[in-house]
Design a protein around this ligand. Structure first.
Ligand SMILES: [Zn+2]
Length: 311
């Protein structure tokens, strides 16, 4: 058990160690980071200015500098911040991609406030030509730049096929290909985040048809454009954002003939089964429909029925 005198010395030493550590950390943060030896010289100088720093054991203070030096040698890296971290940090993970890029993900604890209620509701249909079509009549295209990179991927794949597997050139092309794929992934994710946030902000209820994805994926020709469009990722983002912000996401699971039914009068036009029919006129109410916008209106109508039966 340390006596009173010891305890005072210990607590003073701890205070001095902390002072020294923070003093030099402050300098390091201002880009005045030097080596351990140079800091030791500065510490001697500092001791002349601050009499009380002479009290604790000099090794304790030097150890503080060693710790600081080690911390900087191991962790001092520049990084690009995609977002300001304002909440309490729980965990930091560093990952390396196969294109030698490093990403830092920061898990934070933050209380998310629900958004004020919105008056609008929307139905969304998965498009083939466009990414999505809304019951508002809007056709949302994937970013044009993705098409450019997709062409590049096709070109690089062809070039890779001509190279001898495992050769230097083969590895070069393979690396280039990974880079383009990574770019495509990032652009697409950014697009999906922005779109899902916008929809969540503007609408209280969002109705989507989800089973269609599975049905369509069986058809390999359609599969490419659907997986490219990342519909399932989009649904995933909408799902958690709806939960966060107090919105109602209705996933319509039953395979429902959204394209064939007239959203105005309910008449079913079997001819619309054929994917080549882009525009049609309802023989009952004479309303002229754009195939996809009509489908998204039906998705909304169906999603609203669910609301009526559950509330
Ligand atoms: Zn009709």
């Amino acid at each position: 058990m340390p006596n009173k005198e010891h305890r005072i010395l210990i607590s003073k030493s701890v205070g001095c160690v902390r002072y020294v550590y923070n003093h030099f950390l402050g300098k390091a943060k201002k880009n005045e980071y030097l080596t351990y030896t140079k800091y030791c010289k500065q510490l001697t100088q500092l001791k002349k200015e601050l009499e009380w720093l002479k009290k604790p054991d000099k090794f304790a203070l030097q150890n503080a500098l060693k710790d600081l030096d080690r911390a900087f040698k191991n962790k001092w890296i520049k990084f690009r911040k995609s977002k300001e971290v304002k909440a309490e940090i729980i965990n930091v993970t560093v990952t390396r991609t196969n294109t030698d890029k490093y990403y830092i993900s920061v898990a934070v604890k933050e209380e998310i406030k629900e958004l004020p209620k919105a008056d609008k509701q929307i139905g969304i249909d998965l498009g083939l030509k466009e990414f999505a079509i809304t019951s508002d009549g809007e056709k949302i295209d994937t970013p044009k730049v993705l098409k450019k990179y997709e062409k590049k991927i096709v070109r690089l794949n062809r070039s890779l096929a001509r190279k001898e597997e495992g050769s230097n050139n083969w590895h070069k092309v393979k690396k280039k290909l990974s880079k383009v794929h990574e770019k495509v992934r990032n652009i697409r994710l950014d697009f999906l985040h922005k779109l899902s946030t916008k929809l969540i902000r503007e609408n209280q209820r969002i109705c989507l048809e989800t089973l269609k994805v599975k049905n369509m994926l069986k058809n390999s020709k359609l599969a490419k454009s659907i997986s490219d469009a990342s519909w399932s990722k989009f649904v995933e983002l909408l799902t958690y954002k709806a939960k966060w912000y107090g919105r109602n996401l209705v996933k319509i699971d039953t395979f429902f003939a959204s394209s064939q039914i007239c959203s105005n009068c309910g008449y079913k036009n079997e001819k619309v089964k054929d994917l080549s029919v882009r525009k049609w006129e309802c023989s009952e109410c004479r309303k002229i429909h754009d195939r996809d916008i009509n489908a998204s209106k039906n998705i909304l109508n169906d999603g609203l029925k669910i609301k009526a039966s559950t509330t």
